[in-house]
Design a protein around this ligand. Structure first.
Ligand code: NAD
Length: 285
């Protein structure tokens, strides 16, 4: 049996109208949701991601500006730009696109953006709320974890009581997702590069999230052969033929799992969608 493909497109198509309406209603009160994306240098991946975020924000009627600073920008100038937006009441959301170039790589960006404009959900205050499970409609939750939950809801995938194995413990995907899914009553195992017998572990899961950045590492041996497991493949990698691929070897496993997010067109667009959701939440506040 071939796996069901969990595409982002129908999820977004259904929910985008809600965002458009919310944006319209804010505008009727004189508030135009405004996102500033700070991009330093021109890392090709970052240029693509920032453009997608802008395009989607504008699609829902928000305003979005990409501030493209020169690769050689110094710390003082960079911080000045961030603080200007922090203090500008007409700006509702601020994103610092990572990675920063070498000249700025010493800066810890996690708490530079004030919590109520932190659409990435990286600030300590927002992380603490996630940690404590104090989440509401307008909480700033990191965009990829939030997108996965939005997508799961659409496809009728319930995390409560499920064994979920997340592979990868990054601060932007794996770790916050482990907190979010714990809050949703999943039994979460957070695996990483030091995990032993990963293949045995992933076989025990109901739901597996792969977020390690290793092209096609997850092959048949990592999954049961009973068409029952659901996979969210977060990885965005280039395979040898130059095409985009996930952390899962899609062609190799598609006949033995129940459902899987494709790469591209799976988790990636959900992340972009979450940015705009967080922007609207920030503007509402
Ligand atoms: P990262 O690169 O910061 O960290 C990788 C994590 O994977 C680490 O915790 C490490 O311990 C673990 N890991 C590495 N190799 C492993 C192995 N062989 N076995 C088990 N664990 C291993 O991670 P990141 O920034 O979360 O990115 C991961 C991938 O997700 C990348 O491909 C990135 O491009 C992609 N990504 C996609 C989206 C999206 O919207 N779809 C968003 C963010 C990141």
């Amino acid at each position: 049996k071939e796996a069901k493909l969990l595409y982002a497109q129908p999820v977004i198509e259904k929910q985008v109208e809600v965002l458009k309406d919310e944006c319209k209603s804010l505008k009727s009160k004189g508030i135009t949701p405004c996102l500033k994306v700070i991009l330093v240098g021109n890392n090709p991946g970052s240029v693509i991601y920032t453009n997608s975020k802008k395009k989607f924000a504008e699609k829902i009627g928000a305003s979005c500006e990409i501030i493209n600073l020169d690769e050689s920008t110094g710390e003082e100038e960079f911080l000045k730009v961030v603080n200007e937006f922090n203090n500008d009441d007409l700006v509702h959301g601020i994103l610092i696109q990572l990675p920063l170039p070498k000249s700025l790589s010493q800066i810890d960006t996690t708490d530079l953006v004030v919590p109520h404009k932190d659409v990435d959900g990286f600030h300590y205050e927002n992380v603490a709320k996630l940690y404590r499970g104090q989440l509401g409609e307008t909480s700033m939750i990191p965009c990829t974890p939030k997108g996965i939950v939005t997508m799961a809801k659409y496809y009728g995938i319930d995390f409560a009581g499920k064994n979920v194995v997340i592979v990868g413990r990054s601060l932007i995907v794996g770790k916050p997702l482990s907190l979010l899914l714990s809050n949703l009553n999943a039994t979460v195992t957070l695996a990483h590069s030091k995990t032993q017998n990963l293949k045995d572990l992933t076989k025990t899961a109901d739901i597996i999230v792969t977020a390690i950045g290793s092209p096609k590492l997850f092959t048949k041996e990592y999954f049961r052969d009973d068409n029952s497991q659901i996979i969210f493949d977060v990885g965005i990698n280039r395979s040898e033929d130059g095409k985009l691929c996930g952390d899962c070897d899609f062609a190799n496993i598609k006949d033995q799992v129940a459902a899987i997010t494709p790469v591209p067109k799976g988790v990636g667009p959900m992340t972009i969608f979450s940015v705009s959701q967080n922007l609207i939440s920030a503007a509402k506040k």
